[in-house]
Design a protein around this ligand. Structure first.
Ligand SMILES: Cc1ncc(COP(=O)(O)O)c(C=O)c1O
Length: 398
């Protein structure tokens, strides 16, 4: 049988009508306890020798459906659905790292991952180095005898820097070290890191996978034995499971993943093109623009360019604050990947405590804005950006 195309897979993979009721949409099974005919049957499920669920902290039938669905889209043997993107990231890292181990991490990694590595991980004797992973030879140089994982995300948040996943995977493989990739910004619709040689994919399902801004969740995709260990010896013990209700909502969201992400990409490109021509805008970071320094890699590695655009407006922190406060449709928010256009100004929000002269270390300038293109009619978003930029423009010398 020929493999279905993405939208067909997103709807039909791992989904059949409910055996008892014929219900087409996924039933929600919130049960914590599951019964078995014999003690042997129970032990076989607990030991992973038979498929099934046995206790709510290790998963439930609804989260299992979600795991199988995402695994089928990412092309992994198995997956683990968890309570947040940070749960997926911490499980991914803790599965491979013990006291005395070292991890190579891309230097502009998501802030929460940075915080986990710089605060929690050292308390358990785990070492890390932030490395410029845009150059695979830097990854090679950073690997030490105790390195047990390489961790990257591409494109990065918020500077939209790309990493050549295939090149970094080759380096990791030559040292027998697993490569973990955060694929949140892309989703399997746009980028499948496992096909490029990565070993583990992590997602914040809070973003595009669910896509409606009403669930916090995460997913890890990897080989069966890796997922079995994560489920039994990390997630279950730390209690990072997902609820059946949240799993249901993400399964529902995934049915429209392809069409949503396609529209996010279309809107983002039009917004990026508009911003690039605007006199108040100093610079636009969007992989889909020919001006992006890694545009060729983007075309090679990604099926489309994603829904996130970041840009620098002239006038520094005050201009940034004034701009986001002047928007009518786009909302000031810390999240992304929702139907609503969302904006963030790192210098006055997430990174406000960092002195201006040190912001550049985080790849952030004082006027940098991150925009998550929503699903509104793009001309309305552009009109909104235009009026807010004119507001700033009055104050900025152009
Ligand atoms: C790239 C990326 N990875 C991971 C996370 C963490 O996800 P969550 O908030 O679901 O824990 C985020 C959140 O913004 C993110 O942007």
């Amino acid at each position: 049988m020929t493999k279905w195309n993405f939208n067909t897979q997103a709807i039909h993979n791992e989904q059949e009508p409910d055996a008892q009721t014929g219900a087409v949409s996924q039933p929600i099974v919130p049960a914590v306890a599951y019964s078995f005919d014999t003690a042997e049957d129970a032990v076989a499920v607990v030991n992973g020798e038979a498929e099934g669920v046995y206790y709510g902290r290790y998963g439930n039938p609804t989260s299992r459906k979600l795991e199988l669905k995402v695994a089928s889209l990412e092309g992994s043997e198995d997956a683990l659905a968890v309570s947040s993107g940070m749960a997926a990231i911490s499980i991914g890292l803790m599965n491979f790292l013990s006291q005395g181990d070292h991890v190579v991490v891309t230097k502009d990694v998501y802030g929460g991952t940075h915080k986990f590595l710089s605060t929690i991980a050292p308390r358990y004797g785990i070492e890390y180095d932030y490395v410029d992973c845009t150059d695979a030879s830097e990854v090679e140089k950073a690997i030490q005898p105790n390195t047990r994982a390489v961790y990257i995300e591409s494109p990065s948040n918020p500077s939209l820097t790309l990493i050549d996943i295939e090149a970094v995977a080759k380096v990791a493989k030559s040292h027998n070290i697993p490569l973990i990739v955060d694929n949140t910004f892309m989703t399997p619709y746009l980028q499948r890191p496992l096909e490029l040689g990565a070993d583990v994919v992590v997602h914040s399902a809070t973003k595009y996978l669910n896509g409606h801004g009403d669930v916090v969740a995460g997913i890890v995709c990897a080989n069966e034995d890796v997922i079995a260990n994560m489920r039994k010896n990390v997630m279950g013990d730390l209690g990072q499971h997902i609820s059946a209700w949240d799993a249901f909502l993400i399964l529902r969201g995934i049915k429209t993943l392809g069409i949503r992400v396609k529209q996010h990409c279309r809107n983002a490109l039009k917004i990026a093109e508009f911003l690039e021509k605007h006199p108040v805008v100093e610079k636009v970071n969007y992989p889909g623009l020919a001006s992006h320094p890694q545009h060729d890699l983007a075309v090679r590695q990604m099926d489309d360019m994603g829904g996130i655009v970041s840009f620098e407006i002239k006038g520094g922190v005050e201009a940034g604050k004034k701009f986001i406060s002047s928007l009518d449709i786009a909302m000031i928010s810390f999240s992304l990947g929702d139907p609503e256009t969302l904006v963030q100004h790192p210098a006055s929000m997430t990174h406000a405590s960092i002195p201006e002269e040190e912001l550049h270390k985080f790849g952030i300038s004082t006027g940098l804005i991150r925009l998550s293109a929503g699903l509104e009619d793009v001309q309305d978003i552009i009109n909104d950006l235009d009026q807010a930029l004119s507001n700033v423009g009055e104050k900025v010398q152009m």
